[in-house]
Ligand binder design. Structure first.
Ligand SMILES: Nc1ncnc2c1ncn2[C@@H]1O[C@H](COP(=O)(O)OP(=O)(O)OP(=O)(O)O)[C@@H](O)[C@H]1O
Ligand SMILES: [Mg+2]
Length: 362
C-alpha cells in the first residue's frame, strides 16, 4: 500500500491538454475521488498513475519512490474499469488466480490469497461458473477481487459502477465503500456522478479542463465551494445563484426589492470593496425557508413548479429573472402560481465574483 503523489502532472495530446499541471497527494489507505464533467481529464490522470500513459511533464511518486518511468507491472496497481475485462471463457476461480499464476506465485500462496478475497467478496458459490454467464454486479465483484488479489500498492477504479442499473449501483457503491475501509487500500476512483463521489470519497478532487479546481472532504466542498462551478456541480440540485449588489449592510437581489440585512462581519468586511459592483450570491436549496405568512425581512416569491422528492419537495421559485430551487418538507400546502414568503439563511450565504466565478466568501 502506498501514498500517491502527483507533481505538476501534464499529459498533452498534440493541442489537447488532457491534464494540464495537477498536484495531488493521496494519503496511504484513503479513498480519493476524481470528479468532473466529461473530458476534464479524469481517466487520463488515472492512466498516468497506472503507467498506461507517459506524462508529458511532471512526476508521480508511490511513497518516496519515483514511478514516473515505470511500467504498469512494475508499479503493481490494481485496476477496474467500466467495461471490466474478465476472461469470459474462464471460471471465476481461474479469473481470480490468473494474475497470481502470471506472476509465478507458488500454488500454496495462491490458495491462501484466493481464500481471502473469496471471503471478502463473497464469491464462494460462484467460483466454478464461467465469468460470462454471471450478472453484471457479480462480474464486477469478480473484477474487483481480481484487482486486489495481488495486494496492489494502489487500487484505481474508473467509473466501475456505471454499467450497472441504478438500484444495483447504489448497493454496489455502499459495498465498495465498506470494502475499501476494511482492506484499507489506497484508492483513486473516477466518476462524473457527484452523488457517487459524495458517498464514497474521503477526499473529492473536482477537476475541470485538465486542472484541479478544488480538493476537500465532501462536506467542505458542499458547504464551502470555492467557485460557482463547484457549488453548482455538487448537490441534487446544485446551489442557487443570483446576482446581487451590496447597499447599506444589505444584499439586494437583482430583479427584486429584497434586501437581506447582513449581520456577518466576514461578509460585510469583504463586500465593502464591492460597493455598487455586481457579484453573485449562492445559497443551497435547503437553506431557503418557506413561511406561511409574511415575515419581517422576508422575500415574496411566486411558486413556479413543485417536484416531489421523497420526504421533501423541490419547489421552483422565480427570484428576479432566476429560478431558485428550494428543498422543503410537506408541511405547507403549495400550488403553482401561489405567492409565499421565504427567508434566506444568512449564515449559509456564499458570495462569488461575477467575472471569474470564484468564491469571495464561502
Ligand atoms: N489518446 C488520446 N488522444 C487524443 N486526445 C485524447 C486521448 N485521450 C483523451 N483525450 C482527450 O483528453 C481530454 C480528457 O479526456 P479524459 O478521457 O481524460 O476525460 P474524462 O474526464 O475521463 O472524461 P469522461 O467523463 O468522458 O470519461 C478529452 O478532451 C479527450 O478527448
Ligand atoms: Mg473517463
Amino acid at each position: 500500500m502506498s501514498r500517491v503523489k502527483l507533481e505538476n502532472l501534464k499529459k498533452h495530446y498534440g493541442n489537447v491538454k488532457a491534464v494540464d499541471g495537477i498536484d495531488l497527494q493521496v494519503e496511504n489507505g484513503s479513498f480519493v475521488v476524481l470528479l468532473g464533467p466529461s473530458g476534464c481529464g479524469k481517466t487520463t490522470t488515472l492512466r498516468c498513475i497506472a503507467g498506461l500513459e507517459i506524462p508529458t511533464e511532471g512526476k508521480i511518486y508511490f511513497d518516496e519512490r519515483d514511478v514516473t518511468g515505470l511500467s504498469p507491472s512494475e508499479r503493481n496497481v490494481g485496476m477496474v474499469f467500466q467495461f471490466y475485462a474478465l476472461y469470459p471463457h474462464m471460471s471465476v476461480l481461474e479469473n481470480i488466480t490468473f494474475p497470481l499464476r502470471a506472476c509465478r506465485v507458488p500454488p500454496r500462496k495462491i490458495e491462501e490469497k484466493v481464500k481471502e478475497v473469496v471471503q471478502i467478496f463473497q464469491l464462494k458459490n460462484l467460483l466454478k461458473y464461467k465469468a460470462s454467464i454471471l450478472p453484471p454486479g457479480d462480474q464486477q465483484r469478480v473484477a474487483l477481487a481480481r484487482a486486489v488479489v495481488r495486494e496492489p500498492n494502489v487500487l484505481l477504479l474508473d467509473e466501475p459502477l456505471s454499467a450497472l442499473d441504478e438500484k444495483f449501483r447504489e448497493e454496489m457503491r455502499s459495498e465498495l465503500g465498506k470494502l475499501q475501509k476494511r482492506i484499507g487500500i489506497t484508492t483513486v476512483y473516477v466518476t462524473h456522478d457527484q452523488r457517487e463521489a459524495m458517498a464514497l470519497g474521503d477526499v473529492i478532487v473536482v477537476m475541470r479542463d485538465g486542472l484541479i479546481l478544488q480538493t476537500g472532504s465532501p462536506q467542505e466542498l458542499y458547504e464551502h465551494p470555492n467557485s460557482v462551478f463547484v457549488g453548482n456541480f455538487l448537490g441534487t440540485p446544485g446551489m442557487n445563484f443570483v446576482e446581487c449588489v451590496y447597499e447599506e449592510n444589505s444584499l439586494v437581489l437583482k430583479g427584486t426589492d429584497y434586501r437581506l440585512k447582513l449581520h456577518r462581519p466576514d461578509l460585510i468586511d469583504v463586500l465593502k470593496d464591492y460597493q455598487s459592483r455586481e457579484f453573485i450570491m449562492g445559497i443551497r436549496p435547503e437553506y431557503v425557508h418557506i413561511d406561511g405568512e409574511a415575515v419581517n425581512g422576508g422575500l415574496l416569491l411566486e411558486v413556479i413548479a413543485i417536484e416531489p422528492a421523497g420526504r421533501y419537495r423541490l419547489v421552483d421559485f422565480l427570484v428576479g429573472e432566476k429560478i431558485f430551487r428550494v428543498r422543503t418538507d410537506w408541511g405547507l400546502s403549495l400550488v403553482a402560481g401561489q405567492k409565499v414568503w421565504a427567508r434566506v439563511r444568512e449564515d449559509k450565504v456564499c458570495i462569488f465574483d461575477r467575472d471569474n466565478g470564484m468564491a469571495i466568501v464561502s
